[in-house]
Design a protein around this ligand. Sequence first.
Ligand code: ZN
Length: 569
Amino acid sequence: MQYDIVVRGGTVVDGSGLPRYQADVGITGGRIATIGKITGGANEVIDAEGHIVAPGFIDGHTHMDAQVFWDPLGTCSCWHGVTSVVMGNCGFSLAPCAEKDKLLVMRNLERAEDISPKAMEAGIKWSWANFAQYLDAVDRLPKGINYTAYVGHSALRTYVMGERAFDEAATSDELATMKRELRDAIKAGAAGFSTSRASAHQTPDSRPVASRLAKWDEVKELVGVMGELGAGVFEIAQEDVPTPDRLHDFLGRLKSLALETRVPTTFGVFYFRKMPHMWRAFYELVDDTVAAGGKMLVQGTSRWISTLLSFESTLPFDKAPVWSDIRKLPLAEQEAALRNPAMRAKLVEAARDFMTKRHNIVGAEARPPDFDYFFVLEKPLPPYRSVAQIARERGGDPLEVMLDLALEKHLKQFFIQPLVNEDQDIVLAMMRHPRSVVTFSDSGAHVSQIMDSSIQTHLLGHWVRERQALTLEQAIRKLTFDLASFWGLSGRGLLREGNYADVVVFDPATIAPQMPTLEYDLPAGARRLKQKAVGIKTTIVNGEVLLRDNEHSGALPGKLLRGPLAATA
Ligand SMILES: [Zn+2]
């Protein structure tokens, strides 16, 4: 037999969690044809000696809805072994929405997800009103990886209610229209429905995004549409639950919704230092719901979720007096200002004063630092030293030391400011839970604030290789099969003969993220954080090599993955 590709001599970790084994993998016509000893010829042979051959990773939490229009490869996720992504999370999608109202929908994304409206305007050719038309538009685009998309509640609400979506409850007519649109979208192949009730999600003028105006009954009715159809996943960015009563109430509503509708339900769960036991309550909810016959999955991550701060991106005191002027200058002039003792003294004083005041900070915006939890990104993988620790070592003041550290790198030093998940032992406990996957990359969003497209390579480099806290088999399952099963991406996430040939070949001894950089390469010259990886030899999507040594091959084999009702239509 003649194959398109043979991956020869590698060690297969197939995604199921079963032990690894040596085998060649033969690929033909976009599918895995043979796993075993292969003697037949091939158009391309990939030497995988000493490498792991795994299913391409699946990322269930991205915001690539806009990016897919200008970045067919799906960076930065594709550089970390990801071959399929779910977009439209947290209620944010670009459809349904007619072109004339696009600014309203973009308003939902601009601050909550830090996606430049200028980049969206320059980079997106709007050709849809309803969700089915949006899916067709994505279908037509050249794509490197596979995409599937939720209908976002904020878009749906804005489509049906216009400006009122940002102020009011829906009337029964409006709710009926939303339900009809959602039904049509699921039938056309939407992955499901997503919403946000999180106060982190605000518009640029500090109002809640549209989905947050919905009564819980509206959410229930909409999720119920998927229950009736027997298709689609429900994703929710959680309500704020500052008290045990509110927590209990919210968990109760989530559980009954999942059990009444039988719709697979998923959300991120994080560790908050101020509420150290809350994460356990969510995991108990998931265990209870599953025990009662529901489907629920936690979207975890492999480390903290943090903002990456620097003079190139943002700093906690950018809006302080003196700083707000200096920060507009080119980097070299900012450096000169900081090296001028009189100017530096003014800046330090202004920063100190600013940090003692209260500010309206939402989502991943920089906040006044707690220097014990403000780390220096010195290398791609932990451990990291905090600024407070370095200040103690140097016998200096933390703020002054932070500025010194930045100056030592000509202001190109990144600092890690964790928003959640500071305690890495708890991160590990969450990852080890059987109903938890590693997926909360937020890829495509928070583009100048957060760079978590590297959580997959962080998992394999840090937790598997360096800490030996999870086996490779366990870790890969949490990046592949568990996700494919939950989202119903059949034929993916598992290396089996007959399945789609989404494959990643990597060196377990070296795989790791590289250092992030800040670049101005979005449409309209908007900026973003960028991070690549080392140790990934080949990434194959639908039977074609997408990346060799993490460089684009030129092929664009990615597809739109439609939900089950579209497939049978
Ligand atoms: Zn999100």
